[in-house]
Design a protein around this ligand. Structure first.
Ligand code: SF4
Length: 367
């Protein structure tokens, strides 16, 4: 079935807007997060927490990154924070897969595999980055892994790992529902993401997430208790759990509660006093999870509207309060958006940016 334009008309979108959108998406196939469902004739959005939060922070940033795919030349679009996070998560997944097996050798995991993975990702590329120096480069990273394994050794660790690397997304595992206008369902929305670990602590089945931070200046939970990311993981576990338990012959765990996420906070720098690792649960009620779902659905509808408007007339809202404070830095797209004409914007793009394939959340880890 092709696009149901009648239905979109009923939802308030013109034929011209829908035709423009179809042509645009046919031209830019790497915009992976929107696809047409040929059975229903409506668009599906598969969105991860990063896409949601970028859009909320500034719709124009979202368009530059997730629609136009613009990244700064020279950096190759690389980010220390992102790549260090991916490497650390990968090492932790490997740890929890093997740490209770008889063949586990700490040295092999932390030193040999740690260095191999560090080099594979070429993290020495960031040797001038202040956090690279703070952590002490590759050898500091190995030290961090060893300290983690000592703190959460097989003897100390109370949890049982029941799943690793659990991805969800385009296979429709985690539905957020339908976008509706004028009583017409015109959009179906799915959450995508990837959990490091799913664990059983005896009372609950919970995702376990790791957050590496430069240091613990305040209570790290304060930063994440209202963050939509952890809430999204708890929501996702509730949706995928029955199928997961069945597939893994763990149906006897079906009555465990599923209302929390276990956060492991890791300080990249070695603190002068106190611990380098903090493990704190964040709990969400059923009401909070439903409210999360409705917020994400609302944002997804705004994302769709924003895309339609951008394709139709090039207009996109800007959050100018974030231009010089994009996570405490200048926004990557400031050099474009400070230009006084479209022509100058294009000159700037040509000089400073390149088009990259749009980040696909389902390819985390590159495998
Ligand atoms: S420069 Fe400002 S308006 Fe432009 S994308 Fe960045 S935050 Fe948004």
């Amino acid at each position: 079935m092709s696009l149901n334009t009648e239905l979109y008309r009923a939802a308030g979108y013109s034929l011209r807007e829908m035709n423009n959108l179809q042509c645009f998406l046919a031209l830019y196939e790497d915009i992976h997060w929107i696809t047409l469902n040929h059975e229903t004739g409506i668009y599906e959005l598969t969105l991860d927490n990063q896409i949601f939060s970028t859009f909320r922070a500034c719709p124009a940033h979202f368009i530059e990154l997730y629609v136009r795919g613009l990244t700064l030349k020279g950096t190759g679009g690389r980010s220390w924070y992102l790549e260090f996070g991916i490497l650390f998560h990968k090492m932790i997944e490997l740890y929890y897969k093997t740490f209770r097996t008889p063949g586990f050798i700490l040295q092999e995991w932390a030193v040999n595999t740690g260095i191999e993975e560090w080099n594979k990702q070429n993290l020495d590329f960031f040797s001038d980055h202040k956090e690279y120096k703070l952590i002490g480069g590759r050898m500091g990273f190995i030290g961090l892994l060893i300290a983690y394994a000592e703190r959460f050794s097989a003897e100390n660790e109370r949890i049982r790992v029941i799943g690793t690397e659990i991805s969800f997304g385009k296979a429709h595992e985690v539905s957020l529902g339908f976008g509706k206008a004028n009583n017409t369902r015109y959009l179906e929305v799915f959450l995508s993401g990837r959990m490091d670990l799913l664990v059983d602590d005896g009372n609950s089945i919970a995702p376990m997430d790791h957050k590496t931070m430069a240091s613990f200046r305040n209570d790290p939970t304060l930063k994440f208790e209202l963050d939509e990311g952890p809430c999204g993981y708890i929501y996702a576990v509730n949706q995928i759990l029955p199928t997961f338990l069945k597939e893994h012959n763990l149906e006897h765990l079906i009555n465990r509660s599923c209302n929390k996420i276990i956060m492991n906070f890791i300080s990249k720098s070695i603190p002068k006093e106190g611990e380098r690792f903090k493990r704190i649960p964040i709990l969400k009620s059923t009401e909070q999870l439903e409210s999360y779902r409705l917020r994400m659905l609302d944002t997804a509808e705004d994302i769709f509207k924003c895309l339609v408007r951008y394709v139709d007339n090039g207009i996109v809202y800007r959050n100018t309060s974030a231009c010089t404070n994009w996570y405490m830095h200048d926004c990557t797209y400031l050099p474009i958006h400070r230009q006084n004409s479209k022509a100058n914007e294009l000159i700037m793009i040509d000089a400073m940016y390149e088009k990259k394939t749009i980040w696909n959340t389902e390819n985390v880890g590159g495998e």
